[in-house]
Write a protein that binds this ligand. Structure first.
Ligand code: FAD
Length: 424
């Protein structure tokens, strides 16, 4: 065969498509009984394919790896993602905060149409062959790919290979990070996989009362403020959820790389929770200080500031009695209640993974310097991004880059073979 793609997530499928269109014979292997399981899960809460902000702002979301990903996104960026989805019959729309979704919000029709096109290309491409329940275990001494299948071991020779094995979250969907050891053994540097877009445990946990009454409930319309030891600042309004051991949800995910890195450096990270982001500190102070007569503090705060439910509960949970009865100090805490986190939740629970194959181990076409003919794509590369469609866009873009890289690599190999034949 010309090419083996291992891993049938969005990155591997995209690489397969680019290569099949270029006329290569592509065989795609995956450990699971079917491909695209995480892609389908991503569609459950509304498939956020990409983002409609300016290209400069979009690239900036990839933080430290923005300049590595820029050339890939210039070739296959947010507009290309929308065009690709439209080509598969899924028109897109720009939703709240400029996130882009398929009109029906679903992943399944998109994946179904994509797999059909890969199996039955109508544009002159070569049909892609799929091999499910093939778990890649590494290479044998002869450089052949070694798979574990239901029928036993299988060794495969491919002229080029694309690995698109994903990160290490939601292992039950296929991406378990077991490849890290195999690549390191092959001399390819891999930065440790770490949770990204993840929840956290709070210091000392919540009280049993709080867990029983409020775990799973959202903090709506709050803001969080983080300043790490290096002076990086995060300040945003949004929502998050209390869990049995801490916090998770979109606002926490957005700050998660900062919080995770701070915990790694110092053992803990603290964010300030603004329970009343639509009111100024002075307004809050005025309302808290208003005489409350015989009313309890809870009913006072409820009537003056609409503070109730989980918002009131966390005040009772985290503020001591003396401060509760000191209007000036209480008003400050309602705008900036410190919540200290001690650890991220395990990587398996995270939306995505940070870390992966380091960029210096790859050339510009995503081919491993230590292993010519081996390309890597998708979440298994060393980058991270917030939720908002940035993850899928970069996975697809790197699939395009790796697919094109293979095509160029195999053409160059053919040319050099024929050149040496001519000179013989
Ligand atoms: C709950 C949830 C919601 C999400 N929502 C969004 C969203 O709305 N928008 C967004 O942009 N991103 C979202 N993501 C992230 C996005 O789904 C991933 O970033 C993306 O799927 C990664 O693509 P990939 O192709 O790199 O890897 P994956 O999709 O993880 O695919 C890797 C494939 O490799 C296979 N594999 C792994 N190891 C082996 C092996 N040894 N042998 C053979 N096969 C192997 C796996 O079975 C799997 O099929 C979400 C993630 C989660 C968990």
């Amino acid at each position: 065969m010309d090419v083996a793609v291992v891993g049938g997530g969005p990155a591997g499928l995209m690489a397969a498509e680019v290569m099949s269109r270029a006329g290569l014979v592509v065989h795609l292997f995956d450990a699971m009984p079917s491909v695209g399981r995480k892609f389908l899960l991503a569609g459950k809460g509304g498939m956020n394919l990409t983002h409609a902000e300016s290209f400069g702002a979009f690239v900036g979301r990839y933080g430290a790896e923005a300049e590595r990903l820029r050339p890939l996104l210039e070739v296959f960026g947010p507009q290309a993602v929308r065009g690709w989805a439209a080509g598969l019959g899924s028109d897109t729309f720009v939703g709240s905060s400029q996130r882009v979704f398929p009109t029906d919000m679903k992943a399944a029709p998109l994946l179904r149409a994509w797999l059909h096109r890969l199996r039955h290309p109508s544009d002159g491409g070569v049909p892609v062959s799929f091999h499910m329940r093939h778990r890649w275990k590494g290479w044998d001494a002869g450089g052949r790919l070694h798979f574990e299948t239901l029928q036993g071991g299988l060794r495969v020779h491919a002229r080029a290979t694309v690995l698109a094995l994903g990160g290490a979250s939601w292992a039950r969907l296929g991406s378990d990070g077991a490849w890290v050891h195999q690549l390191q053994t092959a001399g390819i540097d891999v930065a440790p996989l770490r949770p990204s877009n993840c929840g956290f445990d709070v210091v000392n946990g919540w009280s049993p009362y709080f867990v029983e009454r409020f775990a799973g409930q959202p903090f709506k319309s709050v803001a969080i403020h983080v300043v790490d030891a290096a002076g990086h600042v995060f300040l945003r309004k949004g929502e998050f959820v209390a869990t049995a051991t801490g916090v998770e949800g979109s606002l926490i995910y957005a700050a998660s790389s900062l919080l995770r890195d701070e915990i790694e450096r110092t053992g803990r990270a603290t964010f300030e929770l603004d329970l009343l982001p639509d009111r100024s500190a002075d307004q809050v102070l005025a309302q808290v200080s208003h005489p409350r007569g015989s009313r309890s503090l809870s009913s006072h705060l409820k009537s003056r500031l609409a503070l109730e439910g989980i918002k009131m509960a966390i005040v009772n949970e985290r503020v001591d009695k003396a401060t509760l009865h000191d209007p000036a100090r209480l008003a400050v805490l309602l705008k900036a209640l410190p919540i200290t986190l001690v650890r991220p939740r395990p990587i398996d629970e995270a939306i995505s993974s940070a870390g992966g194959v380091v960029w210096s181990a790859l050339d510009d076409s995503l081919m491993a310097r230590a292993r010519p003919g081996l390309f890597c794509a998708g979440e298994m590369l060393d980058w991270e991004a917030p939720t908002g469609g940035y993850l899928l866009t970069a996975c697809l873009a790197s699939g395009v880059r790796a697919g094109k890289g293979v095509v160029a690599h195999l053409r160059a190999a053919i040319q050099s073979t024929s050149a040496s034949r001519i000179s013989e």
